[in-house]
Design a protein around this ligand. Structure first.
Ligand SMILES: *Cc1c(COP(=O)(O)O)cnc(C)c1O
Length: 365
């Protein structure tokens, strides 16, 4: 079976370096918020081209703490509206509703699966205060259009970069387009830790400081609690692993793009539509997502041909029990959820496996 991701093989390449990094942390006797975290934060801020990076416990907390920090700064208040794409992973929406903000779901652009200014604009009301743009599947959303729209209406622009580490446009990287950005380093993401981890990037020092305090019981100074915070910190050992893997991120992204290029060149089947990829620099192929009106049959066919696939995501957030009755129906997103299928994608896929996936997809009738 050609695995969907092959996480074990991805990390096996760095086994020696990861073991050394772990040993170094074990030997310091300091396991939370020490030098490894500080070093990784600096390296990742520099990688993203921003002034500040704050490590947190995971990607959901990164987004939640951004909104909480803006509330603490008086830039957001309970009941304010945040526009977010309807077809995102539910975590983007959980971060909004967790803070007592109102998520307003926008349909994506059909070709890119992503939010664009044109889709967000009609949803702006006098309660709208922010847009959460998600770079879904690894492809940048309409960053210039959404930036202009946010500026025109005086809205905050927040990025969900959980799937888009390193995606770039004219030399700028994901995490530097918004007023603040949340990253996940969940093991399966393009930059993955060996456990849960996340970070917030921003040029705004005040915001970075609030996020840091909020993730540490609301305390910037030991035993002084200005805010009602939570415990959401990046572990030293995960930061040490991430520092190792960050060095290889661009190389891995190129390997992913190489897989994507071959899929795009090789897959020809009237029952399967390929993703629109206007530029490879803007896409880091966290996922390679095709569409088919016969998705269920295609998935079974591929399984029989030894190709593991996944669906991102089988149930849209607005159909989840957790949000029953909360959101209006989003017809385009519903169709996308019925048709999308993610093909195997990883930086360690070999040429023979890529060819096998292409043949299997092309043989589908
Ligand atoms: C993975 C993911 C998250 C959540 O990250 P965790 O680290 O798993 O909490 C948020 N948004 C998107 C788009 C994701 O893919």
């Amino acid at each position: 079976m050609i695995p969907f991701l092959g996480l074990k093989d991805i990390n096996a390449k760095y086994r020696e370096e990861l073991l050394e990094a772990a040993a170094a942390v074990i030997d310091t006797g300091w396991y939370i918020r020490g030098q490894s975290v500080a070093r990784f934060e600096e390296a990742f801020a520099s990688y993203c081209g921003v002034k500040h990076c704050t490590g947190v416990g995971n990607g959901l907390d990164a987004l939640t703490l951004i909104f909480k920090a803006y509330m603490a700064l008086g830039k957001l208040a309970v009941g304010d509206e945040v526009i977010v794409p309807a077809n995102t992973y539910i975590a983007s929406i959980l971060a909004i509703t967790e803070c007592g903000l109102k998520a307003v779901l926008a349909e994506p652009v059909e070709q890119s699966f992503n939010l664009a200014a044109e889709q967000a604009k009609p949803l702006i009301t006098d309660r709208t205060r922010a847009i959460l743009m998600v770079h879904l599947y690894g492809q940048l959303a309409d960053v210039s259009g959404l930036r202009a729209l946010a500026d025109f209406h005086g809205l905050l622009l927040v990025e969900d970069c959980a799937q888009a580490h390193g995606a770039s446009l004219r030399g700028r990287r994901a995490g530097s387009f918004g007023d603040a950005a949340g990253f996940s380093f969940y093991p399966g993401k393009n930059l993955g830790a060996l456990g849960d981890a996340g970070a917030v990037t921003t040029d705004d020092l005040q915001l970075a400081e609030r996020v840091r305090a909020l993730g540490n019981y609301g305390s910037a100074k030991k035993y002084e609690n200005e805010l009602k915070g939570v415990n959401s910190r990046l572990d030293e050992i995960q930061a040490a692993f991430l520092a190792v893997k960050l060095k290889y991120l661009d190389r891995e992204t190129e390997a992913r793009r190489n897989v994507a290029r071959q899929y795009l060149n090789g897959i020809r089947n009237p029952l399967v539509s390929l993703p629109a990829v206007p530029s490879f620099e803007q896409h880091v192929f966290h996922l390679f997502v095709v569409r088919s009106p016969e998705r269920a049959r295609l998935q079974v066919h591929l399984e029989q041909q030894g190709v593991e696939t996944m669906v991102h995501y089988p149930v849209p957030p607005y159909h989840q029990k957790a949000y029953l009755g909360t959101f209006p129906e989003c017809p385009l997103s519903t169709v996308l959820h019925q048709q999308v299928l993610s093909l195997p994608m990883s930086p360690v896929m070999c040429g023979a496996d890529i060819d096998r996936v292409i043949s299997a997809v092309n043989a589908f009738r």
